[in-house]
Design a protein around this ligand. Structure first.
Ligand code: GLA
Length: 383
């Protein structure tokens, strides 16, 4: 049975009525890491891994959910919204976003299930918020734009999961387009679609299966370091309001104003914003080798300067660098401390390379990595 049929069948069995069906994809990010909350550029894309929702209004004040993957039910009322690390806290955050905007909602019945690996840097939580928000917007005709929905998802993450994330993940899930990446300007919140058609090369994700318990506090610390750098520069020059406003030359001044650690973090971001713009020109002219080289640079910046990598991620990227005729670029993707390594790899090399990586990874870390080939897909939509 297809995922869509499974979700719909579960819904009808439970609630005995016909639901609205919505698909929300996870995302990859080709390049541009930790730049979104610094008003820089990012280059994500929605992929063919998704969460499907079946939703219908129930005319009460109760929100009822069944998660197929967790095999769990949960219900809440609007006066019971609270922060926490569970899947339903994100959904509470979305309801909160609607209510805060003064929108009229009644309760809903909802069943959802998907195939986005969690904690792998593919933004399953953004898909959860974007898809549920989109469904509420349809059911109650709230007239919110996709950008509003992205903001609601981001706010849910901040206030209900305690992670002060940027907007890349929600934006990519909502605005994705088949076979294209988004070149998203996180200052103007506008994007351009860039077709991805590297010939004979595919996007392969290798999941380290590492989930760092402190990843969200470390993420917030990095964001605070960036803010500290900006505040120091802003005092000198009030036109500087984000690291996007900082050129490589101004970095010299920053070095005098902040600790070595804060400086190193800010420098990485300023360079990454530049790298992402450069990468966009390579993508537009299909220069896969040059593009891939920048991905490796990003990775080592994430590892040595931004310090959000881990041994397992560095191990996989090092293996990739050893075979430049097979893997053109690789780097850790997402917030950091494990998750997936994104690879640009020659089609013909995938099978042999995957076997080799599996063997070496298991021998070194005593655990199996996962492999996902992904295709770039359309953003959140009605089925
Ligand atoms: C996480 C966040 C994003 C972004 C990335 C790092 O995925 O949710 O907003 O900051 O980390 O690029």
């Amino acid at each position: 049975m297809s995922l869509e049929a499974e979700v719909r069948t579960h819904f009808i069995k439970r609630y005995n009525k016909e639901p609205l069906l919505v698909t929300a994809p996870g995302r990859i990010n080709l390049i541009g890491e930790h730049t979104d909350y610094n008003e820089g550029f990012v280059m994500p894309a929605a992929v063919d891994r998704e969460i499907i929702f079946a939703v219908a209004s129930n005319g009460t004040d109760q929100f009822n959910f069944y998660s197929i993957d967790f095999n769990e039910t949960f219900s809440f009322r609007p006066n019971e919204l609270k922060a926490g690390g569970q899947w339903y806290n994100y959904l509470m955050g979305v309801v909160n976003g609607f209510l805060q905007r003064g929108l009229q909602l009644s309760g809903v019945d909802c069943v959802f299930g998907g195939n986005i690996p969690t904690g792998a840097g593919m933004s399953s939580s953004a898909a959860l918020c974007s898809g549920f928000g989109f469904a509420l917007n349809e059911v109650f005709e709230s007239n919110l734009s996709r950008l509003d929905l992205a903001r609601i998802g981001q706010q849910a993450e901040h206030e209900f999961a305690g992670v002060r994330c940027g907007i890349m993940d929600q934006y990519a899930s909502l605005f994705g387009q088949k076979d294209s990446a988004l070149l998203l300007d996180c200052r103007s919140l506008t994007h351009e679609y860039v077709p991805v058609n590297f010939r004979a090369v595919q996007i392969l994700l290798i999941d380290t299966k590492v989930k760092h318990a402190l990843a969200s506090s470390a993420y917030n610390d990095r964001r605070a370091a960036c803010e500290e750098g900006v505040a120091a520069l802003h005092k000198r020059n009030p036109t500087i309001n984000s690291l996007r406003d900082v050129s490589i030359d101004i970095l010299g001044i920053l070095q005098q104003l902040v600790s070595a650690d804060v400086f190193t973090k800010c420098k990485f971001v300023v360079e990454e914003i530049d790298r992402t713009q450069q990468a966009a020109t390579y993508l537009k002219s299909n220069r896969v080798r040059e593009f891939g080289k920048l991905m490796f640079e990003t990775h080592w910046g994430l590892s040595h300067a931004y310090e959000v990598s881990c041994r397992e991620s560095d191990f996989l990227v090092t293996l990739a660098e050893e075979v430049p005729e097979e893997v053109f670029g690789a780097r850790q993707m997402g917030g950091g401390f494990g998750g997936c390594i994104i690879h640009l790899i020659r089609n013909e090399a995938v099978e042999k390379y995957s076997l080799k990586v599996r063997e070496k990874y298991v021998a070194t870390f005593k655990k199996e990595p996962d492999f996902y080939s992904v295709a770039l897909n359309e953003g959140v939509h009605l089925n």
